[in-house]
Design a protein around this ligand. Sequence first.
Ligand code: MV4
Length: 503
Amino acid sequence: MIKKILIANRGEIAIRVMHTCREMGIKSVAVFSEADRNSQHVRLADEAYFIGPAASAESYLVIDTIIDVAKKSGADAIHPGYGFLSENATFSDRCREEGIIFIGPTSDVISVMGDKISARKKMIAAGVQVVPGTKENIENDEDAIRIVKEVGLPVMIKASAGGGGKGMRLVREEKDIISGVRAAKSEALAGFGDDTVYVEKFVENPHHIEFQVLGDSHGNVIHLFERECSVQRRHQKVIEETPSPLMTPELRAIMGKQAVMAAKAVNYVGAGTVEFLVDDDLNYYFLEMNTRLQVEHPITEQVTRVDLVRQQIQVAAGMEIEYKQEDLFQQGHSIEARVYAEDPCSNFMPSPGLVKNHQAPQGPGIRIDGYVYSNYEIPIHYDPMISKLIVTAKNRKQAIERMKRALYSYKISGVRTNIRFLNRIMESEDFASGKYSTAFIDKNIDYLIQKESHSEEHDKLAVMASFIHYLNNNAVAKKDEDTEECNTSEWKSFGKRKSLMRF
Ligand code: MV4
């Protein structure tokens, strides 16, 4: 049995794992870099060890150091969270060599799925539907022309070592084939040290829909339904929801089966995610498999009531999954919004720094997976995510209403945030109707980052507020600088200060 887990991560996901450890009576060991001395994950752990400089290449990514701490602390297992070492085959292997349980799949599974050509081959052999295309490297210009013509324009040229959009080129016209392949190859070589690329038919306006899977070492594999992740910006997810508004019961059943087939094909043990592209005619295609717990896992937990981290820990310890497929169903609707310290008005520039005040929403149906507290300084060295705001309600409409209410009462000062942008997504027609694809943000960007409209009511409030401002002689404005809006005049932003609007 596992008695102590080292969590090789930081921030909200380290805390998320600790919550389940405590419920299971498992001791948790935190590791922290120079930049994370004051981090919440250090305070919540049973033990914490310093592992080096702020740069993750010198701390969270150093395998020897993490293994040393695991041994020193007597941890029987390591949970890698997401990012950092979570999909590192060498690390998974090293843990096993050292007699430490890696809470995740074996190195061979990570390697097969990490290489897109080998993943495609595996999936095709297992009967999983992949995007039409090839499973061979493009060696030269003649190859490029021949293979692309075979597949048929338009095509996507993709790096085999890639993922997440890196080393990827869309080619629509014959004259762009050679330059497209060369560009993809050089980006792949620079990014991954491997210029192997392959060709897929381009799927127009796709939806990104992924299935959560769980496998155990007794050969059981189940899926926990889908997550709709089409609201993305530059391959970064912004909003995720489940159930997907695009899904039908029939499509869910067949895609769920496909996801289970994908996991079974590699004897998958642990929590994983099978990603698909789905077009407007509901054709679905396997895209890739992520061999880790994902950022957006909470929405699946909310509608299935399954603690995915508990299942990860139990199957890593050799136990069977606690659920049978037929026992699982989705209840209600859950939406996650990723709250970031960034400025949507300045091309989403990161805005880390001192969070003066952090007041998260509360009340029915709200879950916050976060780590930021008032007077915490968000380090510049890592992803500037502040928290994940997860709402759950009876149906989609009420979940959206709940998300708007939660965003309204989320108070963060000191850093710029994307809260207003998230609210705009909730208010957009395309999102409200559920008819959106991966083109959503680009298509709606003007609406999403535009200033609030001036209503008459608003103007009256602004006049009142400016009078109070005058009476306060700037005291409030100085205390709590505006963090909410694009190009705000002092006057207008003051009118929006809700503490004053209550008069
Ligand atoms: C595609 C595609 C269309 N056709 N492949 C982007 C990230 C990488 N994991 C795969 N991606 C895509 N692959 C074919 N054959 C469109 C995308 C894509 C996309 C996919 C999922 C979510 C958002 C996206 C945004 C742009 C392009």
